[in-house]
Write a protein that binds this ligand. Structure first.
Ligand SMILES: Nc1ncnc2c1ncn2[C@@H]1O[C@H](COP(=O)(O)OP(=O)(O)OP(=O)(O)O)[C@@H](O)[C@H]1O
Ligand SMILES: [Mg+2]
Length: 428
């Protein structure tokens, strides 16, 4: 409640304010109090309990401000002020109250996009908002999403950011292979067809933990611009019968126009049938074996299965008609480690990359990321303690000490096993 302004009271939006707020938004749009958000979007925000405040004078709503949250950023959607109350500081008061609620919900940045000539601009500067120079607001209207959008949501799927492929550091050999065999034939099917190349429909990635299998699956989806749906056996099993749940998930997936389906730790649902019998997995393996041919008939779809333990997969599962490629993802070589280290250790200016690369043999990308995080934390704490110069960040010694603290995930025995698996299972 804003006590410095006795002319009005500001309260949290309540359901019974809806009609009045809609009326305010609707009528003030003609007065130039426009917004990049439509009335329908404002109503959706209000009804889905996004933060909003309403100003009332003598029981009559005279202004409203509403926002919607997106992670740690909030967008102010609209501040609507009844005409008689303009120019009296009500907009600032509403904004202040709205900000308090946003901060309480851990918002770090608040954005407000205004029509260029909108008078509020001055007030916003006074309220501590900086105008982003040289920013223009672009908008594209996509055709209605149709039922696929709902389906995708049901499946827990989503479109990933577009830059994940470029963010995979190093791993050039695996990257090149996956790009040529998988990404390009799917991205350019006509060109591939001219050469008799059939785009893959299913691939398996195998290798020790933390080498980047999930990262590659996501990067491929990102590169293709396809939605990413991860089927989690543990979640599917919640629905009771795992085989039936898989069948129903694949039926829904079949309705999507394009999709990358990811199944991690696939050995859990398709173990060698003799081993799996005890866990009752036999039926599930069979179900998956039956589902893959149907999945393969569609275009613009790719199934990616990942496993740490390729040898415990049912051999029938991996055969060529089902999986086009069985690709090993191993620990990074020196060049790849250099690329990954420079991704994670760039805060320190004079880090001796060669020393880090040499000391991190058998480290996975996940191990490197972890060690770099420990080193960064050490530097941060030194800075807080006042014993550092403040700017330097983690040093080579910090990184080496961090590495000594964390055991590499992959042991020489695992590497040996992996090399053997490449011989017996890889198909690239
Ligand atoms: N090439 C890379 N460059 C930079 N970071 C990477 C790279 N590969 C993996 N990482 C990072 O390492 C971590 C582990 O990667 P990821 O989860 O893809 O491994 P994984 O092989 O799927 O492991 P698991 O077998 O345990 O599922 C992630 O935080 C990821 O961001
Ligand atoms: Mg993984």
């Amino acid at each position: 409640m804003d006590r410095s302004t006795p002319d009005w009271l500001i309260h949290d939006y309540r359901e019974d304010d809806l009609a009045a707020v809609v009326h305010l938004i609707d009528t003030t749009a003609e007065l130039g109090q426009e917004s990049v958000f439509s009335l329908a979007e404002c109503i959706t925000a209000l009804t889905s309990r996004q933060p909003a405040v309403v100003a009332v004078s003598r029981g009559v709503p005279i202004g409203a401000a509403l926002a919607h949250l997106a992670g740690d950023r909030a967008w102010v959607m609209r501040i609507a002020i009844a005409p008689a109350w303009r120019g009296r500081g009500l907009a600032s008061a509403l904004l202040r109250e709205l900000e308090r609620r946003l901060v309480a919900q851990h918002v770090r940045r608040i954005a407000y996009v205004l029509p260029e000539e909108e008078l509020l601009g001055e007030g916003l500067r006074n309220a501590g908002y900086a105008r982003r120079p040289a920013v223009a607001y672009f908008e594209k209207t996509e055709p209605a999403a149709g039922p696929a959008a709902g389906l995708l949501e049901e499946l827990g799927g989503r479109l990933l950011p577009g830059d994940l492929w470029d963010k995979v550091a190093g791993m050039e050999a695996e990257k090149t292979l996956i790009e040529r065999r998988v990404v390009l034939p799917l991205a350019e099917p006509e060109r591939a067809a001219r050469h008799g190349v059939r785009p893959p429909r299913a691939i398996a990635l195998f290798g020790p933990p933390g080498t980047g299998k999930t990262t590659f699956a996501r990067a491929v989806a990102s590169r293709l611009g396809w939605p990413f749906v991860e089927l989690l056996p543990s979640r599917l099993a919640d629905e009771g019968n795992l085989a039936a749940a898989l069948r129903s998930a694949f039926a829904r997936i079949a309705q999507l126009e394009r999709v990358l389906v990811f199944i991690d730790e696939v050995e859990e649902i398709a173990p060698t049938r003799t081993e799996g019998v005890a866990g009752g997995m036999h039926g599930v393996t069979n179900e998956l074996l039956k589902l893959i041919p149907g999945f393969r008939e569609g275009e613009e779809r790719l199934l990616v299965c990942a496993t740490n333990s390729i040898r415990s997969l049912d051999p029938a599962f991996l055969r060529p008609g089902r999986f086009d490629y069985v690709i090993p993802i191993g620990t990074p070589d020196a060049a790849a480690r250099a690329a990954i280290w420079s991704r994670y250790a760039t805060a320190g200016q004079d880090v001796d990359l060669d020393a880090l690369v040499a000391a991190s043999e058998l480290f996975t990308p996940a191990d490197i990321e972890h060690a770099a995080r420990i080193a960064a934390q050490t530097a941060f704490e030194r800075d807080l303690g006042g014993s550092g110069t403040g700017a330097a960040g983690a040093t080579t010694a910090d990184h080496l000490a961090a590495m000594a603290q964390c055991r590499p995930t992959v042991t020489p025995a695992m590497t040996e096993e992996f090399t053997a698996d490449i011989g017996s299972h890889a198909r690239v």
